[in-house]
Design a protein around this ligand. Sequence first.
Ligand SMILES: C[S@@+](CC[C@H](N)C(=O)[O-])C[C@H]1O[C@@H](n2cnc3c(N)ncnc32)[C@H](O)[C@@H]1O
Length: 245
Amino acid sequence: MKHLFLIGIGTGNPDHLTQEAISAIAEADLFLVPRKGSSKSDLVDLRVRIIGQVRDNPAVAYFDMPVRDEMQPYADRVHAWHDEIARRWATSLAERPDADKVALLVWGDPSLYDSTLRIAERLMPRPKISVVAGITSLQALTAAHAMPLNDLNAPVTITTGRRLRDEGWPEGAETVVVMLDGKCTFQRLKGTDYDIWWGAYLGMPEQVLAAGRLSDVGPKIVHMRARAREAHGWIMDTYLLRRRT
Ligand SMILES: C[S@@+](CC[C@H](N)C(=O)[O-])C[C@H]1O[C@@H](n2cnc3c(N)ncnc32)[C@H](O)[C@@H]1O
């Protein structure tokens, strides 16, 4: 492989694909695709479907996603997992030495809470790496609620459910976007009053939204999330919180 394309595909809506992404898909010699088998296997299908929209008979090299060793401390566990994914990519690619341009379809955009770039940097010899920007879940959330991301001239903090749980409201923050939260951590916010804009399956036919004063709408979101997760077998959600002034 001489050139690796990391192509942002947006958040599950085939219409999120940019013209640049379509061109990169059309040019690739080979696609690296994580194999089915997870509870989110419909998302794997979506990647294959997206490639199929642009190409007939694309060459695909599948790899199995390794399982993280939950016994290790968080950082060690993630580093070891990335090392192992890079090894699996290399093994799959070794079977296709003729493929110069290889593409990986990345959910949303590769810059936002995604480690594909960090894994790609482990490849030896290191190929040229190009990124095609995709629509992030954050953009899909603000678009779905037809709202601006920031207040006038104000900063935005993007964080995870884990950090909100461990550290509470980020110091001095006005607007906080929370991703990777499987536990509705907004329930832990006490004291000050907040507004919330929440969305699950953003950009997909299953999309669900809720917004309002956190104290009013928070319990409803917990209920909606549990019901949707049960119905589909998986869920991805993102929310934006603002301090009420
Ligand atoms: C590993 S991160 C990947 C983010 C992705 N790179 C992006 O640009 O949005 C996964 C998190 O993104 C958010 N997410 C991704 N797709 C989503 C969707 N369709 N609807 C709601 N949230 C989504 C969720 O917070 C999920 O836990």
